[in-house]
Design a protein around this ligand. Structure first.
Ligand code: HEM
Length: 408
């Protein structure tokens, strides 16, 4: 084959072909150049399952973008540089310290304690839907994760819409190699507004603790160590940003996969006990966070290719989850797949803190949607993917639902 390998922007949702369907692009790259030197964006791009696992699990690689080489992806596009660091871009000992202090409320058992509250939020949202056509993203998927996390953080419910708008503005530029100056200005304003809001909530919880996450973080103590107000605010911002669009995308991708495979939808209706496995299969089959990264902390060889210290290593989770060496018929969506292990939540010490919460939200939303609408259909020409680099999900997903009056 003489055509050049897909590279740079072609490996992001800014490119229309990748945005529409990244999987053929990633499969071609995995076949032709599984360790791809992306000169355009200054990084190495990994598409094999085992290389991705090796990168994510190496405890020594860096995540702080300021440690990346000059001109490389991490330093150039991810490091805003000057502010209080957030977990995803921190290294030890700071990472371990903060992660230990904020982990408890996100452990599966603690999150199961939120399930009823998640169900109530979901039911309120689904009960507002009438029969007929609607945009699943606008009416359902967008709002549920923001309400749940804002609720847990202890934010006034009247401010949810504001939070959603700030988090969308901040995320629009967070992982993007190309940014419009106007978008950057809006993201900066959003971060400033979030910081101010969180600092005032923290102050009020220091005076009068409540049953919420900000109060937990104010109280959190690990061997006499405590978080400062700025540290708490920075992690609250990350929780809001990391848990928001990602979970909306999971819900949208799940509904799309089921409607595009009506036999799987029918199977799920007949056997609701498959729900948890179906959500895992969606995470594998249509991965909401397409890639994550590390920085080589030393000269290394991965997948037979040498990488110098400071090099950005982009791990394509979307490609790894469809590696034919690991998954039989990787492009087949099968809610009964026996081995649905996947790397959709990353791996190693940065493994997604909110993975269990995301699962609970997706499971509850799918269950309520199927119960509300005995008939759900795809609307031709009614969907559009979002152009957020590193994320895969719908900006718009019109579907038609019909059935008896709300039973939820
Ligand atoms: C379907 C939904 C979600 C997906 C696909 C997802 C995916 C990811 C991925 C890929 C990473 C990076 C892991 C790595 O580099 O190894 C990550 C990190 C993180 N996620 Fe999630 N996430 C989701 C939902 C959530 C939710 C609901 C929350 C919290 C409310 C959350 C909080 C975090 C945090 C705090 C980190 C940084 C952890 C660290 O650096 O130690 N995520 N997530």
């Amino acid at each position: 084959m003489n055509t050049p390998c897909p590279t740079g922007i072609q490996l992001t949702a800014l490119d229309p072909r990748f945005r529409e369907d990244p999987y053929p692009v990633l499969a071609e790259l995995r076949k032709r150049e599984p360790v791809h030197h992306d000169e355009q964006l200054g990084r190495y791009f990994f598409t094999r399952h085992d290389d991705v696992a090796e990168i994510l699990r190496d405890p020594d690689y860096w995540s702080d973008p300021r440690k990346g080489r000059e001109g490389g992806f991490a330093r150039g596009y991810l490091g805003r540089g000057d502010e209080e660091p957030r977990l995803l871009m921190m290294d030890d000992p700071g990472h371990r310290r903060i992660r230990n202090l904020i982990s408890d409320p996100f452990r599966p058992r603690a999150v199961e304690g939120w399930r009823d509250r998640v169900r109530a939020v979901v039911n309120d949202t689904i009960a507002a839907l009438g029969d007929g056509e609607f945009d699943l993203i606008e009416a359902v998927a967008d709002s549920i994760p923001t309400i749940v996390i804002a609720d847990k953080l202890g934010i006034d419910p009247a401010r949810h819409a504001e939070f959603k708008a700030w988090s969308a503005a901040a995320l629009k530029v967070a992982f993007s190699p190309i940014n419009d100056p106007e978008d950057v200005k809006q993201a900066e304003a959003a971060f400033a507004a979030l910081r101010e809001t969180f600092l005032s909530v923290i102050e009020s919880r220091r005076r009068a603790p409540a049953a919420d996450l900000v109060s937990d973080l104010v109280r959190a103590e690990d061997g006499g160590d405590r978080l400062t107000d700025d540290e708490i605010a920075a992690q609250c911002e990350l929780l809001l940003l990391a848990g928001n669009v990602t979970t909306s995308d999971l819900i949208g991708n799940a509904v799309a996969a089921l409607l595009r495979h009506p036999e799987q939808l029918q199977k799920l209706r007949a056997r609701p006990e498959l729900l948890a496995n179906a959500v895992e299969e969606v995470l594998r089959y249509d991965t909401p966070v397409t890639d994550t990264g590390r920085i080589a902390n030393r000269d290394v060889e991965i997948g037979g290719v040498k990488n110098a210290q400071g090099e950005s290593l982009t791990a394509s989770l979307a490609a790894a989850n469809r590696d034919p060496e690991v998954y039989p018929e990787p492009d087949r969506f099968d809610i009964e797949r026996a081995d649905t292990h996947h790397q959709a939540f990353g791996g190693g010490r940065h493994y997604c803190l909110g993975s269990h919460l995301a699962r609970v939200e997706a499971q509850e939303t799918l269950a309520a949607l199927l119960a509300r609408f005995p008939r759900l259909e795809w609307v031709e020409g009614g969907s559009e993917y979002a152009a957020n680099p590193s994320l895969r999900g719908f900006a718009k997903l019109r579907i038609r639902g019909e059935g008896p009056a709300a039973r939820v």
